[in-house]
Design a protein around this ligand. Structure first.
Ligand SMILES: [Zn+2]
Ligand SMILES: [Zn+2]
Ligand SMILES: [Zn+2]
Length: 143
């Protein structure tokens, strides 16, 4: 996801002397810390998926970094109640989203998201896949 204004939460020292540290995203070019990790980056890291290319965000690598490659992601779109399994709609099978929830493919690199309180990112701009924002569009590896 393109993060226009990545927050950078400083480490906090709690009254009991312990420290609260917000996980930071390191530049994949030079390793310097760029700011708070986003929910989607954290999810990718936990899942063992490759993290998005953030060299363009880095003051050191940005000027020479190539345009980040487009990465397809599947987004679920629908009512917040539906996404949280709180709605009254029939689901296709137990534990799955209801029929009101749509799946869309978007470009993770050229979409914009903000961290939501629910533990996942809220997509404010979804760039439709196949993505044309990065110049040459890449075909999805699997349809
Ligand atoms: Zn860098
Ligand atoms: Zn793209
Ligand atoms: Zn629903």
């Amino acid at each position: 996801m393109t993060v226009s204004a990545r927050t950078n939460t400083p480490d906090r020292v709690n009254p009991d002397g312990s420290k609260t540290i917000t996980t930071k995203r390191a530049c994949n070019g030079c390793g310097q810390l760029l700011g708070d990790i986003t929910n989607s980056e954290l999810a990718a890291a936990i899942a063992g998926s490759p993290l998005p290319d953030v060299r363009r965000e880095c003051p050191q690598c940005g000027p020479t970094a190539p345009e980040p490659v487009c990465i397809p992601v599947t987004l679920v779109a629908g009512d917040m109640l539906c996404l949280e399994f709180e709605c009254d709609h029939d689901s296709v099978e137990p534990g799955s989203y209801c029929t009101e929830v749509r799946e869309e493919t978007a470009c993770a690199t050229h979409s914009t998201s903000v961290a939501a309180e629910h533990g996942f990112d809220e997509v404010t701009h979804a760039e439709p896949w196949p993505c044309r924002a990065g110049g040459e569009a890449r075909e999805p590896s699997r349809a």
